[in-house]
Design a protein around this ligand. Structure first.
Ligand code: PGA
Length: 224
């Protein structure tokens, strides 16, 4: 059975982690072929790490960003080495960060920092040019990598891409990269998730808004 990645990106939203996890702990999932990854703000990484360990939850933790630098005088940055203590995954190059001026060069530096620290990158792309420029740099490195296809107009809009188009894009990504897991992101909810995960080339979903509510995120995991 194909492994599906279900990733929650809480972005800069205040989620009450106690309440969120209380609902998740009680959820009855069939998670046999699901990898569930929660990416909270940095400030919640310690707490969530504790909750996951304490309750032995089948959940992995991811960060939403990583410093492009290994260490040093970079106020406000969090390095891969620091993240490695709490997380296994890291989102890189989300369109919301690209729109704050994050260039392809910076994204590639972040990718290198993630890999050097044994973090699995979830790189977000919205255009085929971004896929091509990335694949020129990381192809054949043999590292584990997830790529999330997130069309800009679908993010937070309630207007997801069509599953057929998302699948075509996922196929294009796989043509460029070879063996790589491709996620779809943009207005995924419990009702539409299966129409995406049902597609041949889509290996999971990256969920923003609908992951803030534990009940709806559980629904996504269950229905995927
Ligand atoms: P959304 O966000 O699910 O709220 O559309 C997805 C994302 O930005 O990763």
């Amino acid at each position: 059975m194909r492994q599906l990645f279900i990733v929650a990106n809480w972005k800069e939203n205040s989620v009450n982690a106690n309440e969120w996890f209380a609902q998740i702990i009680n959820a009855e999932w069939n998670i046999e072929n699901r990898s569930v990854i929660v990416c909270p703000p940095f400030t919640l990484l310690t707490k969530i790490n504790q909750v996951v360990l304490e309750h032995q939850l089948p959940i992995k933790i991811g960060a939403q960003d990583i410093s492009q630098f290994a260490k040093g005088a970079h106020t406000g940055e969090v390095s891969g080495e620091m993240l490695n203590e709490f997380t296994k995954y890291v989102i890189i190059g989300h369109s919301e960060r690209r729109s704050m001026g994050e260039s392809e060069t910076i994204i590639f530096e972040k990718l290198k920092r993630a890999m050097e620290n044994n973090l699995i990158p979830i790189v977000c792309v919205s255009e085929i040019e971004q896929v091509k420029s990335l694949s020129l740099k990381v192809k054949n490195e043999g590292e584990q990598l997830l790529i999330a296809y997130e069309p800009l107009q679908a993010i937070g809009s309630g207007n997801p891409d069509t599953p057929t188009h998302a699948d075509e894009f996922a196929q294009d990504i796989k043509r460029e990269f070879g063996e790589v897991s491709v996620l779809y992101g943009g207005s995924v909810n419990p009702d539409n998730v299966h129409s995406f995960t049902n597609q041949e080339h889509i290996d999971g979903v990256l969920v923003g808004g609908a992951s803030l509510d534990a009940k709806s995120f559980s629904g996504i995991i269950q229905n995927a």
